[in-house]
Design a protein around this ligand. Structure first.
Ligand SMILES: [Zn+2]
Length: 343
């Protein structure tokens, strides 16, 4: 999408209908997305914004993981505080996608089927509750959109430093647009990514500009991280030509050139010595696994010089659980500059 196509809308593009819910030009509507295809029938809050000028359709998701509260609050605020009369294009927002996980206060997985929704896309129309949810969100929200911004953060048991991910699973043109949008979100680190079954990878494969923004952690509703996500998405919307104004550039943003994901080597008590955002050097002691009596079993060290992007914060970890992600950082690559005419 270009940022130049902002003529007043006169065509079919001005209609915005999702599951029979229609919103007039210049208006906002609220309702619920219905996820049928089996029992239980699920619902998720849905907000439609129909701008007064033409522009891209943005699918905005929060709460794919139901306890990542800063992302949920940011998606809700963006949906309810953005003025449709100042909008070019359309927003289809689902601020709490995974209501079973949200209401169940469940980390990572749905309490209904034990599945991680962000490993379940595009889902199935007649599958488990998470598969049906993924299918409905993909067919009714993501597929008709031009751009996906999926808001996340550290879950209940994760210490996390804010970052944005762009998909590398689309065409080179789609990946380039996604990379520029991820940079425009203004978070301190930008990382390439491709996670099988995630909303953003599935969207990128379907030709959508697709990014994740991550901020906040450990079940806390922190205003500064909500604000960071809200202002970051607004900056991204300026890049997309959806909001007026110039896209600002974060001057001290760094790029992840290599990620080292470490898994738990054993089940046991996990005593960490570092937080997310901390710089570490190769071989530095990160923490210790102990048995149920506190006797040391394994020492975990940093696999590279870099920054802890996220690290498990729970006292218990099962064998093979996600323990931490250390990223090697580099300055922004050449050509990562963002100009609205390029997106
Ligand atoms: Zn998440």
């Amino acid at each position: 999408m270009t940022g130049e196509d902002t003529a007043p809308m006169t065509s079919d593009k001005q209609r915005l209908i999702v599951q029979g819910m229609e919103v007039a030009v210049g208006e906002r509507a609220t309702g619920y997305l219905t996820i049928g295809g089996g029992e239980p029938v699920l619902k998720a809050p849905l907000v439609l914004l129909n701008g007064v000028r033409s522009g891209p359709r943005l699918a905005l998701l929060g709460g794919v993981h139901g306890a990542e509260y800063c992302s949920i609050e940011a998606a809700r605020r963006l949906a309810m505080e953005t003025d449709p009369a100042a909008l070019s294009g359309q927003i289809v927002a689902v601020p709490i996608v995974n209501m079973p996980a949200f209401e169940g206060r469940s980390a990572f997985v749905s309490p209904l089927d034990g599945k991680n929704l962000n490993r379940t896309f595009p889902g199935r129309p007649d599958g488990t509750p998470s598969e049906r949810l993924a299918w409905t969100v993909f067919k009714d929200v993501i597929e008709p959109a031009d751009v996906l911004i999926d808001l996340h953060g550290g879950d209940l048991f994760e210490s996390l430093s804010p970052y944005a991910i762009y998909s590398t699973e689309g065409t080179s043109e789609v990946n380039d647009r996604s990379r520029k949008l991820a940079a425009a979100l203004g978070l301190p680190v930008v990382a390439p990514g491709g996670t099988s079954g995630s909303a953003y990878e599935t969207a990128a494969r379907a030709g959508k500009t697709a990014v994740i923004a991550e901020a906040g952690d450990m079940g806390r509703l922190e205003p500064r991280w909500v604000d960071a996500l809200v202002s970051g998405v607004r900056n991204g919307m300026r890049l997309l030509g959806m909001l007026a104004g110039t896209t600002s550039r974060s001057m001290d943003q760094q790029w992840a050139r290599r990620a080292h994901r470490v898994q738990s080597p054993a089940a046991g008590l996990w005593y960490r010595r570092v937080d997310a955002g901390q710089r570490v050097t190769t071989g530095q002691e990160i923490g210790t696994f102990c048995d149920h009596f506190g006797r040391p079993l394994h020492t975990i060290t940093a696999p590279a010089d870099g920054m802890i992007l996220w690290i498990a914060s729970s006292l218990y970890l099962s064998k093979g659980a996600a323990l931490m992600n250390v990223v090697e950082l580099a300055p922004p690559p050449q050509g990562s500059g963002i100009r609205s005419s390029e997106v």
